[in-house]
Design a protein around this ligand. Sequence first.
Ligand SMILES: NC(=O)c1ccc[n+]([C@@H]2O[C@H](COP(=O)([O-])OP(=O)(O)OC[C@H]3O[C@@H](n4cnc5c(N)ncnc54)[C@H](OP(=O)(O)O)[C@@H]3O)[C@@H](O)[C@H]2O)c1
Length: 349
Amino acid sequence: MRKLKVGVLGATGSVGQRFVQLLAGHPWFELGALFASERSVGKNYREASKWFLPSEMPEEAAEMVVKSMNDIGTSKDDIAIMFSALPGAIAKEVEKRCAQAGYAVASNVSVHRMEKDVPLLIPEINTDHFGLIDVQRSNRGWDGFIVTNPNCSTIVMTLSLKPLMSFGIEAVRVATMQAVSGAGYAGVSSMAILDNVIPYIGSEEDKMESEPLKILGTFDGFEIRNADFTVCASCHRVPITDGHTEALWVKFKGNVSEEELKDAFKSFTTNIRTPSSPEKPIIVREEPDRPQPKLDRDAGGGMSVSVGRVRRGQIENEMKYIVQGHNTVRGAAGASILNAEVLMERGYI
Ligand SMILES: NC(=O)c1ccc[n+]([C@@H]2O[C@H](COP(=O)([O-])OP(=O)(O)OC[C@H]3O[C@@H](n4cnc5c(N)ncnc54)[C@H](OP(=O)(O)O)[C@@H]3O)[C@@H](O)[C@H]2O)c1
């Protein structure tokens, strides 16, 4: 099979570097262009990116020259997919320009996620929302399109909620312990985070409270009808490099036992079989002190989430558990790549 050429917008950042790492040697995709700010333009990628471990720098990216956003769509290239890891303010215009120019845009960025005709995807949950791509193209007259993946903490939580939907969810409360890589390379100063917990992450709680309802909603051929439960989130930054851990309290419409909940997690499977799809999207950890980011974030190549400590809550029909997942793999770059793989497999790209 001939590989498809792909570009990465924001390739030198925390998520962008993860994109490059996951796309190097990818069986279906080939790195065709890397884009970043004017600060990096014209440098080779090795020089421009603050790679965490130099030994992890993929050779096929190291000597590529970083391009400017102004280069997009100005000349005919053979790039089919643009993966986006740009800051929101820049992404809004650049991603639209890419879709207009005919690229399939698979974005990590929040700016387009909640627009009515933009799919917010977790392929194990809602490939039926792909139908919004036709709605988007017809609304906007674009040759290309934009699809998005959720916020990093939303993905981890929502994957764990999907198998519980059949029990009837009434309300979810969640408290997060989020890794520093989620704030971007320059996001949180070491003086602020070492020996500390920061109980505020700008607009994170709003995203966790709104995005799951769209993802778990139903597509009626024209638009998404949101799922009808509430989410109440409290988000916290902790001194962990990678891996978000989340404590959930889920109130159901009726009684659900610990065993029923565990069985639902264990038996959750999907028909998604692409290079990045994990064999098991959800892994149940039986040990009383799991999941932990250090031990569990790389499960399924970083694409599985781990669930543990399933137990009864204090109020009627409430259960609680912990879920953990890799924020820059499952929660960001890996999620966009999985979206693109499934779109390609189903003929949208
Ligand atoms: N980190 C996560 O876990 C995570 C998870 C889900 C979603 N996201 C979202 O993904 C996006 C990227 O996050 P990040 O953590 O990777 O940020 P980051 O480390 O700060 O990287 C930002 C990237 O954007 C480029 N950039 C900055 N200003 C630019 C400009 N004016 N024009 C063109 N390029 C510009 C940077 O290039 P230079 O290096 O040249 O400055 C860099 O490549 C954000 O929208 C974020 O909300 C992040």
